[in-house]
Structures are given as C-alpha cells and as structure tokens.
Design a protein around this ligand. Structure first.
Ligand code: PLP
Length: 398
C-alpha cells in the first residue's frame, strides 16, 4: 500500500492568491510558436502581441519586454531620468517600482496614499513643492495603479503639465481596467505592464512598455536589445540591456490577452461574492469600496486582488489572525504591500506620509482572487471565513 493511501484525511490542495490561469488555448499557442521555428527573443508572435497590446490599451506603440520591472526601467530612461534626478512615486507599491528608479541612478521620493491605496494627490503637491524648494532635479512622476484600480490621473495629469514633468504610469497590476472611459496603460507619457505569473494575465514572466511616441518606442526597443546599432558589425554607443520578450512567451501572452475579458469577469464574480459575504460583517470593508460601489460608469477595476480592511476595535480580531487561520486551512492570504518607506533597503529615501499606507499594511489582507478558482475552491475559502467568524463570535460572547 502506498503511504498516502493509509491517510484517512488527505491534505487539501493549497489555494493560492492569484495563480496563472492557463489551459488549452495557451497550450495551442505555445506549440504553434514552437513549431514555427521562431524560438528566439523576437519573431512574428512578438510583433503580433505588440500590435494587440497597443490596440487593447489605446496606444500607438507597445514594446514587449522580459518583465514589468524592465518596462519601468526603460520607461524611465526613455523619459530622460538619470543619475542624480528625483522621481516622485507612491510608497504603497511593490518594490519593483522603486527598484527601477534606483537602476537609473535617480532617487525615489515616496508619497503616501489615500484610503483606496492610490497616491495621495495632496501629498504629491507637498512633495513636489518641498523638493523644488530644495532645488532637487525632479524628472518624472510614477503613479501606481494599485491592485488593479487606475490611479487618479484626472488630478495628476494637470499637475504634471503645470510642473512640466512626464508621467510614467505603473500599470503592472491594472491591465484590463478602465477609468474615465479609457483603458489602464493609456495614461501618462508611457506606461508599464507586467505579465508575471501572479498578475491578471501572464506570459509566465514578461512585461510591456506602452507609449504614443514612436521615437520613444524605438529607443526602448533599441535599449532592450543591447543598444545595438543598425549595422552589420556589432556597434554600440550606449550601455544596453537584454530585456526583450521571447517569441514563445509572446504566443502565450496573445492567448491570455484574448481571454482577458473572460478572466476579468471571473475575478469580478469572486469580488462580488466576497463583497456579499463581508457586507454582513461589521468592521470589515473591501479596499477602495468605502462607498459600497464595486464599479462605476467610467471606473472599472480589473479585480486583480480582492483586499479587505479590518477595524480590530469593531471586529475584536485582527487581519493577521485571519491570515493565520486561512493558512491553517492551506489557503493563501497575505498582508497588502509593506510600504516602501518602511523597507530597510529604501530607508534613506525622503517620504511624505499621512499614516494611511502603514494603516493599510497593518489592517489589510488580500484574499484568493485567481480567475482559475473553481466553485469548490471558492466554497472552501468562504467556509473557512465563516468558520473563523463563528469561532470569533463564540470567543467574544461566551
Ligand atoms: C508586479 C509588479 C511590478 C513588476 O512586474 P514584474 O513583471 O514582476 O517585473 C511592478 N510594479 C507593480 C506595482 C507590480 O505589482
């Protein structure tokens, strides 16, 4: 007898936060690329993926790259950011945003967020004025579309114009979302997408730089290909990078992009199920939905991750207790991003703070949100949540 056959209660499979959702379409696409002989970083699948990405995001140009981080890095270089410059960005983000600034030799200035997690426009103004007064060479603004919600570009864009600063939009988490009737990635002078394995759509690893400026797109393509001049012998006048996306992965990306609306619908259904569930729980609200609206006419998330914020004074339990409970049920849940100004590696960066990002970090958690989560998996998560709440009720009311 095999050892596992003796166990009476087999361990339940782990439910992940946001695993890749791939199937037959992706398999066919990758095989098609493989059999075509274009097993290279470049090829017809890359060209087609770039055209389809540009069309989906309302942009003139898309450059497919090895990661979202590479897209941020080259996006900053293409906007003229370099050593000694300053870039204003959000502290409530993933480390890649700030790493990319440091790769260019520029210095990040970190700005706190509002209660939705988006960069605080009031503090952005304060940071700009304060740094200007200290004669900083401010070169760009890098807002982040946090957890699939497009940032407040209607406020940010006029400020950037007044200050004569370019905007690079970190749309790594927001592909497929919309705001003001425009798609994520269409805002700013350029935008970066990520196709990492945990995002709404994936190429297993990849990203793209979006822009309407042909010269900028060409420059990014050139930098990403080792800054090789267009001559037969190998001629280089600048330091380049090996950042292009492989043709095989672009094929995977095309299959995912075709399924993006359907995958977003599935994430949305999950969001609504969580919303109904927590509507009955005082002291818990969904991040960015303080007004109870999951979506408005001109403002639609891609529902990448559903995050909840817990008020322990009202609930009698904390977000970390819930994370630990779910972990025991082999269900992955996590705190929100730990703000960049609290990261040892970025400790030297100036920060303009209002306490909100730290509040969200201490009281928020993200729940399993993958589009591949089936009925059984969703049921398991909701049951684990119910059991936790029942236990807490008994604990507090005898
Ligand atoms: C995922 C992510 C990135 C980086 O993308 P990679 O493709 O993993 O390099 C950048 N910024 C944010 C906000 C992200 O969530």
């Amino acid at each position: 007898m095999r050892p596992e056959a003796m166990s009476c209660a087999p361990a339940l499979n782990r439910i992940h936060l946001s695993p890749p959702d791939v199937g037959a379409d992706e398999e066919i696409a990758v095989l098609r690329a493989l059999r075509s002989g274009w097993v290279a970083p470049l090829g017809p699948e890359v060209d087609a993926f770039e055209r389809e990405l540009a069309a989906a995001t309302d942009r003139q140009h898309a450059v497919a790259l090895a990661s979202g981080t590479a897209a941020l890095h080259l996006g900053l270089l293409a906007l003229g950011v370099g050593p000694g410059d300053v870039v204003l960005t959000s502290t409530m983000t993933f480390a890649a945003t700030v790493n990319a600034i440091l790769y260019t030799g520029a210095r990040p200035v970190l700005v706190d967020c509002d209660e939705s997690g988006a960069i605080s426009v009031d503090l952005l103004v304060k940071a700009y004025e304060d740094r200007r007064a200290q004669s900083a060479s401010i070169k760009a603004i890098l807002p982040v579309d946090l957890f699939g919600k497009v940032a407040d570009y209607r406020s940010i864009t006029p400020l950037a114009e007044r200050w004569d600063l370019p905007v690079l939009s970190d749309a790594a988490e927001s592909v497929g979302a919309q705001r003001y009737g425009r798609p994520a990635g269409s805002f700013g002078h350029a935008a970066a997408l990520s196709f990492n394995g945990n995002k709404v759509m994936t190429t297993s690893g990849g990203g793209a730089l979006l822009t309407d400026d042909a010269a900028r797109a060409d420059y990014v393509r050139y930098l990403a290909s080792q800054a090789r001049q267009q001559v037969r012998h190998y001629e280089h006048t600048e330091v380049g990078f090996n950042y292009r996306l492989s043709n095989l992965l672009a094929a995977l990306g095309r299959a995912q992009l075709a399924r993006l609306p359907e995958m977003i619908q599935r994430r949305r259904a999950l969001r609504l199920a969580y919303r109904d569930f927590f509507a009955e729980v005082p002291g818990v609200h969904l991040l960015g939905e303080a007004d109870g609206q999951p979506e408005q006419e001109d403002h639609r998330e891609n529902f990448w991750l559903t995050c909840v914020v817990v008020d322990p004074a009202q609930t009698g339990w904390t977000s970390s207790e819930l994370v630990a409970w779910l972990e025991d049920a082999n269900i992955e849940a996590r705190p929100l991003w730990k703000p960049m100004h609290t990261q040892p590696v970025f400790a030297g960066a100036p920060a303009y703070l209002n306490g909100t990002s730290e509040f969200l970090y201490h009281n928020g958690l993200s729940l399993p949100s993958g589009s591949g989560l089936d009925e059984g998996g969703r049921g398991r998560v909701l049951s684990a949540l119910s059991e936790f709440l029942e236990l807490q009720r008994r604990r507090h009311h005898g």
